[in-house]
Design a protein around this ligand. Structure first.
Ligand code: A3P
Length: 275
């Protein structure tokens, strides 16, 4: 197998008050001018909050039955494009989103709420936000930085943790992100705010809540299939969901699907932190 020449690690800079790298700002005007459609669904998270998990659940709920061939032939990150990503020699997330053949289009973003393209608000799109507690987010983000060459060099754990606390992370401080989106929910009713910890506790219950937000009523068999398919071990084995086709990720350093756990002794959900 030919080894791909990996580009140098990107560095952080301040962008509209948020730490970013060029991978998420180089296509900025096109991203900001993205034309959303009223039935688009935006999946928003701080990195490592459960984006892939919820993307997979939504994709299964909408297209698991209708387009079975997509499940085995199109990687999840193409079925649910990452809007702001822009890496040389790969299609941009914005172009992938524009070209999505499905209705609704499922689109992923890590942007803090104030940087979301305005079209999503104008079209009153449904948005699903997922939050995860800070400590597990930080640990997951650290290992992700080690294995993903699109991330800045994470350094050792104590350096990384200090940077995390100071918000010197791609997409800025964890707190501003979860809190900014939480505040938005008070004013924007088409936003469903969920928690990674609640999904761990009872994914069936959380899938039911999602369905009621989206106006979906899967049959008991379909519901069971989504619950089973989205279990950690099943997604980890699923080549279309585990990012194994992405050359910038070195899964020998750390797998993308690493542990998928809530640290012991953690409160039930992060909700109480910023209510
Ligand atoms: P860990 O690194 O703690 O294992 P994102 O998709 O936002 O990048 O988040 C990735 C994190 O979600 C990883 O956390 C990954 O293992 C976890 N994850 C992905 N799918 C999951 C699932 N089906 N069940 C539990 N955790 C999952």
């Amino acid at each position: 197998q030919m080894k791909m020449q990996l580009p140098p690690r990107p560095t952080l800079f301040d962008f509209h008050g948020v730490s970013m790298t060029r991978c998420f700002t180089d296509n900025w005007d096109n991203v900001q001018n993205f034309q959303a459609r009223p039935d688009d669904i935006l999946i928003a998270t701080y990195p490592k909050g459960g984006t892939t998990w919820v993307s997979y659940i939504l994709d299964q709920l909408y297209f698991g039955k209708m387009c079975p061939e997509r499940q085995t032939s199109v990687p999840l990150h193409e079925r649910v494009p990452f809007l702001e990503i822009c890496i040389p020699s790969l299609p941009t997330g914005k172009d992938l989103a524009d070209q999505l053949p499905t209705t609704p289009r499922l689109i992923k973003t890590h942007l803090p709420v104030q940087l979301v393209p305005k079209s999503f608000w104008e079209q009153n799109c449904r948005i699903v936000y997922v939050a995860r507690n800070a400590k597990d987010s930080a640990v997951s983000y650290f290992h992700f930085g080690r294995m993903n060459h699109v991330q800045p060099e994470p350094g050792d754990w104590s350096t990384f943790l200090q940077n995390f606390i100071e918000g010197k992370m791609v997409f800025g401080p964890w707190y501003d992100h979860v809190n900014g989106w939480w505040k938005k929910k008070q004013a924007y009713s088409n936003l469903h705010y969920m928690f990674y910890e609640d999904l761990i506790e009872d994914s069936g219950r959380e899938i039911d809540k999602l369905c009621s937000f989206l106006g979906l009523s899967p049959s008991p068999e379909e519901r069971e299939k989504v619950i089973t398919g989205s279990k950690f071990d099943n997604m980890k084995q699923n080549k279309m969901a585990n990012f194994s086709s992405v050359p910038m990720m070195d899964q020998k350093v750390s797998p993308f699907m690493r542990k998928g756990k809530v640290k012991k002794g953690k409160m039930k959900s992060t909700q109480t932190l910023y209510q």
